[in-house]
Design a protein around this ligand. Sequence first.
Ligand code: TNX
Length: 539
Amino acid sequence: MRPPGTFPRLFGALLLVAGAGAGCFAGDGGGSRQGSGGPAPGAVPALGRVVPAPASVKPGGTLYTLGAKAAIRVDDSPEVRRIGEYLAGILRPSTGYALPVTPGPGTDGVQLRLRPSERALGEEGYRLESSAGTLAVTAREPAGLFHGVQTLRQLLPAAVERRTLQTGPWTVPGGTITDTPRYAYRGAMLDVARHFFTVDQVKRYIDQLAVYKINTFHLHLTDDQGWRIAVDSWPALVTVGGSTSVGGGPGGHYTKAQYREIVDHAASRYMEVVPEIDLPGHTAAVLASYAELNCDGEARPLYTGVDVGFSSLCVDKPVTYDFVDDVIREIAAITPGRYLHIGGDEADSTSPEDYAAFMAKAQAAVARHGKTVVGWHQIAGSEMAEGSVAQYWGTDGTEPGEREEVAAAVKKGARLILSPADRAYLDMKYDSGTQLGLKWAGLVGVDRSYDWDPSEYLADAGVPADAVLGVEAPLWSETLTTSAQLEWMAFPRLLGVAEKGWSGARSWEEYRVRLAEQGPRLEARGVVYHRSPKVDWPE
Ligand code: TNX
């Protein structure tokens, strides 16, 4: 474990890279180079230097320059106006321009418009057209406009991301981007159970995920070391179960109002929240809070270590299912999203028979309260309802039998989220010198975390590409206590997983060119990141 307070000294050095990206897009509208779909490494056109890579990039024509008199012209609807204000909020401090958000006609400035007839853009796609005088983002749905705005901010000089007045010119390369996602589910998970993170810390993380078109935020709300969400019918879950964390430090929990605040903030970034209540293992905090939930009727002590697999709810007791139903009902009631995650991993002290019996009842409770089940892939060891979702977190070393169990569930109608631990786990150490994080799934450098293809990943076990709903990058917090630490582990690997989700498979050699340009942008937004030696970061 990392001794408290030892944090990579890199951060000071990072602050020196100010504004390095400014101007690097200027002047390159030249139409001769090819778009996406396989440009030679290093030859990515300026219009395509975006993460995740857009589906189609057609450079050409004159670049757009955002001028002091520009307006943000929006459709006359509250939602498009709100997206316009969000964009203005990004651009005003650094440009110093007024950038009024105005409904109504006009062909100059930045235009944000919904066109329901543009069926090909789907629920999340957009088109961005850049030329002298006008920059237009068109989408069929508001989520698409929001994603188009994320592309736009990446096409402006990196200094635009600063919160203080900067020098332009504020140019966007000329041409057209037409972009839709490869996968519908593009997730990131945060473990607030091992260490607790405040609402503001969670919002900050959500804001950074949004830049890379992540659309699902999975909150791991309960584990052995802490229960982090208030449940009215079982109040000791937070007063006792939420009172501490790994290492015995302070605990914390969200009230229902605070949870709603997170959900609302995520929704404003077009992200759906998936709450996770981890069952029947990872429940030491529950067993410490309520004596009657233990088979022998005696409360267990609170747990502040980092072992896994030792706790289990009492599968034979009727009160266990009152508890499960109450918790799922209350959490479902404050969750507008489709999914409720019931964990199911590492239930090593529950017998396979008990596990299957328990999971059948827990899944029925989720259905009763109107949600779709997500579970870690061990849930495939129980009967899964058609349409429910298994989250695969195996590695290259996972036994074929375990993969085949997942494939069998898929054949019966389950769908998959891929979070292979030796690629997508943001808590794995980057290299042998990394002080933070764990290494049970190996060292996961930035290149390794990028080097996989979700559609092929479980093909040899018999999982067809169309069973894959998408990808997710989990961030477990056994060793992480501050936002700076979370960010250093997540960035830049999160970008690669986001790109797997949005763009599908692409080559590392091409990606690393685009990734390098994100360094100054992360830095300008004040995000701490790991300057992996595998990337030629601009200085
Ligand atoms: C495995 S992934 C776990 C977590 C740990 C994580 C650490 C999963 C479903 N279970 O309990 O926090 O490894 O990397």
